[in-house]
Design a protein around this ligand. Structure first.
Ligand SMILES: Nc1ncnc2c1ncn2[C@@H]1O[C@H](COP(=O)(O)OP(=O)(O)OP(=O)(O)O)[C@@H](O)[C@H]1O
Ligand SMILES: [Mg+2]
Length: 283
């Protein structure tokens, strides 16, 4: 059974006339990493909210179709139960940090206290999260005294410690400087190895090419494509959809270097292999 099952999802924010999500259907298997891409206002954040229950429980509006996450019908399930199954990390870590706690350690404990976990289990989970997110050395600091990259890692730690089946990250590095972004992507890489299902909205296509098993491309509230990074980034109409492929893919297209399956490579290794094969053929 799929961990996420979205069927003909339609959603419109209150007091608006246009659908923000228009007939979206797709499913995700346990352990997959899904990259969510598309130009500004395509609907990426809204889809993240729909998967974590903020739509329709916090953002009301008009809702049609269905979203099932870890066997829960998002529409009819209590939002706290949905959030426990599908944790959401916002773009801006300031929106996530509670501000009610003095230390990073206590901040991570906050969500766990609300879950009513036994103390031993709480400590175990906090310790794990400190290592997984590489924030052990700042555990006694105030979350607001940290760099952007550290703060975002604390925000992610707070969600990960709740052990959601699905982790949803909405452009987790868009507010960060290059160093902070790299720190966050490194821990995302750690997380991919934990077998957790990840949905990540992202503008940095190199990262999507690197991590994603499948890419979901949205445009104007509609699902345009849902396929491997190679297939999606090899589309002829990508520019018209407001998406810039990874540099490697753009170069391969420029050089006319396709793989045997007709797709362009999305990572440097793939392009190197094509060029090496060609070099060998000329010898
Ligand atoms: N709180 C809101 N109230 C009303 N309309 C909204 C709200 N949030 C988003 N929208 C609208 O919903 C549509 C989808 O927006 P959404 O934020 O999901 O796009 P996005 O792909 O995340 O864009 P970005 O790349 O800028 O983050 C847009 O037309 C937007 O104007
Ligand atoms: Mg967004």
């Amino acid at each position: 059974m799929s961990i996420i099952e979205v069927k003909d999802l339609k959603y419109r924010y209150p007091d608006t006339t246009k659908l923000a999500l228009d007939g979206i259907s797709f499913s995700v298997e346990q352990g997959e990493f899904i990259g969510l891409i598309g130009r500004n206002t395509a609907g990426k954040s809204t889809l993240c909210y729909a998967l974590s229950g903020l739509v329709p429980h916090f953002f009301k509006g008009a809702y049609g179709g269905s979203v099932e996450v870890a066997g829960l019908d998002v529409r009819t399930t209590d939002v706290s139960e949905v959030t426990a199954a599908a944790g959401l990390v916002f773009e801006n870590p300031f929106s996530q940090i509670t501000g009610s706690r003095f230390t990073v350690y206590e901040e991570i404990a906050f969500g766990l206290e609300n879950m009513g976990l036994p103390r031993d289990e709480m400590i175990k989970r906090i310790e794990e999260a400190l290592d997984l997110l590489d924030i052990r050395k700042v555990k006694d600091k105030n979350p607001f005294d940290l760099s952007g990259g550290q703060m975002q890692r604390v925000a992610i730690a707070g969600v990960v410690a709740m052990k959601p089946k699905v982790l949803i990250l909405d452009e987790p590095t868009s507010q960060l400087d290059p160093q902070g972004s790299e720190e966050v992507f490194k821990v995302v890489e750690n997380l991919t190895k934990q077998g957790i299902t990840i949905i990540m909205a992202e503008q940095k296509m190199e990262k999507i090419a690197q991590y994603a098993d499948r890419v979901l491309l949205l445009d104007d509230a509609k699902l345009i494509a849902y396929d491997t990074p190679e297939v999606v980034f090899s589309r002829e109409d990508l520019a018209a959809l407001g998406v810039q492929p990874p540099a490697v893919t753009a170069i391969a297209r420029h050089l006319g270097k396709r793989k045997a399956n007709g797709q362009f490579p999305v990572e440097l290794e793939g392009l190197k292999m094509l060029l090496a094969e060609e070099g060998a053929a000329h010898e």
